[in-house]
Design a protein around this ligand. Structure first.
Ligand code: ATP
Ligand code: MG
Length: 246
């Protein structure tokens, strides 16, 4: 049985000066799935994210979220509709505690400080950051900052979560912990689009993967099939590697 489509990206493009960062990209996401977005450095992954989240405008195309075209909407409107994102570089608000940082996300859903704090405390516990709740966010380890970044996004109560390189710089143990955490997020009923360079993480998490190369979609399918496709190997490792391994 196919699940309803939560996101339909139809021919979106973005050009920066002479660089076609994303080129008529189309893909869809089903409710409840974890979709991995792969591609070499500069392939356009973050640009695609930014267009979905409304951080940058699309030059062409449509982005339908639960049937509604959100291309051109402002980021806060998109967030309120149910799309949250984490940033590739996480910069918490210094001078604010862990809970207060997560409250920033919760204020998308409520104007009440009391309610925002209660929501943030739940999220902080979910992340296992309970013991650090009152710590200044700037004093967290890099990995705990990543979790905090996820927490700020979760506190907006998204239906769709866009995650950009959540295990960058993490130790193998931390990466495993993050994988388990992402699964628990999905178990909450949240659909997830994840950009990640660490293959083990992508392969372990994704129900399906799509691959970008020079802004174009070059593959879409089950993780194990896609990573063995000659054009995907070529994009990642170069022509000679692809020839030797297919
Ligand atoms: N604001 C910008 N202005 C100019 N060029 C940009 C801008 N943002 C991205 N680009 C260019 O667009 C292309 C795609 O960049 P993007 O950051 O989307 O790639 P990416 O797949 O996320 O790469 P990485 O894996 O390194 O994070 C690159 O050539 C990049 O230099
Ligand atoms: Mg990027």
């Amino acid at each position: 049985m196919t699940r309803p489509r939560i996101l339909e990206v139809e021919g979106i493009s973005k050009r920066f000066g002479g660089v076609q960062a994303v080129s008529t990209l189309s893909f869809h996401m089903e409710e409840g799935e974890i979709l991995g977005l792969l591609g070499p450095n500069g392939a356009g992954k973050t640009t695609a994210f930014n267009m979905i989240a409304g951080a940058i405008r699309t030059d062409t195309g449509a982005i339908r979220f639960r049937g509604e075209n959100i291309a051109g909407r402002r980021p806060w409107d998109i967030c309120r509709m149910g799309i949250a994102r984490t940033f590739q570089l996480s910069k918490p608000f210094g001078g604010l505690s862990v809970v207060e940082n997560v409250m920033v996300g919760a204020f998308v859903r409520t104007a009440s400080g009391h309610e925002a704090r209660a929501e943030a405390e739940k999220v902080v516990d979910f992340l296992g950051l309970g013991p650090r709740a009152a710590t200044d966010a700037e004093d967290l380890t890099a990995f705990d900052r990543r979790k905090l970044e996820l927490g700020r996004a979760l506190a907006t109560r998204p239906r769709l979560l866009l995650m950009d390189e959540v295990v960058a710089g993490a130790t193998p143990t931390e990466a495993q912990e993050m994988v388990a955490l992402v699964r628990r997020v999905r178990d909450l009923g949240i659909t997830i689009l994840i950009v990640e360079h660490v293959m083990k993480v992508i392969m372990g998490l994704s129900d399906r993967v799509i691959v970008l190369d020079y802004g174009k979609l070059i593959a879409d399918g089950p993780p194990r099939e896609v990573v063995n496709q000659p054009d995907v190997l070529k994009a990642y490792f170069g022509e000679r590697y692809a020839q030797a391994h297919t």
